[in-house]
Design a protein around this ligand. Structure first.
Ligand code: ZN
Length: 163
């Protein structure tokens, strides 16, 4: 009987046997008075019950984060010219200032992922090199599909990118 166990909540020496309780994710040894602040561990063998599931999707998002292709400037300019759009019109389509479009086409400004997605939809080009290979359909293929007026393909594309 050398040392006395102290309650990890109130700090009082514990009379009798200590209670092992779970407070959030921590297991504490407490006295009978403080036992009510937590869940008795014996009832909850897994101390993981409050661990949020958030870290998992967050990691997946980071892994899937697409990157802007290096030749985004020429791709955008070419596609825009082929569609007969002016920079002003394209800017309106994607809700950006003309100056932004100009700088992007000059390669001076890298579009954000969000803007790149909008540009992809308007211009039907691939601006994001995604890790997921299903987005990596070649530009040529996609253009053919669009020329054929395949609306379903476009819709599918949008859904995939929003997911
Ligand atoms: Zn206590």
């Amino acid at each position: 009987m050398g040392f006395q166990v102290r309650c990890e909540i109130c700090g009082r020496p514990i009379q009798g046997s200590p209670h092992r309780i779970l407070v959030d994710t921590a297991t504490l040894l407490v006295c009978s008075r403080c036992a009510r602040y937590g869940v008795p561990v014996s009832q909850r063998p897994k101390p993981k019950l409050t661990v949020p599931t958030a870290p998992l999707p967050r990691k997946a998002d980071r892994d899937k984060l697409p990157e802007i292709v290096p030749d985004y400037d020429s791709k955008i300019r070419k596609a825009r010219e082929e569609m007969g759009l002016t920079q002003e019109v394209l800017a309106k389509y994607v809700g950006e200032k003309v100056s932004v479009i100009k700088r992007i086409e000059m390669g001076k400004l890298k579009p954000t992922i969000e803007l790149a997605k909008k540009l992809e939809k308007v211009l039907k080009v691939t601006l994001l090199s995604d890790v997921a290979s299903d987005v990596g359909v070649s530009v040529k293929e996609r253009k053919v599909e669009v020329l054929l007026g395949d609306v379903v393909v476009i819709k599918d594309k949008g859904r995939k990118e929003e997911a």
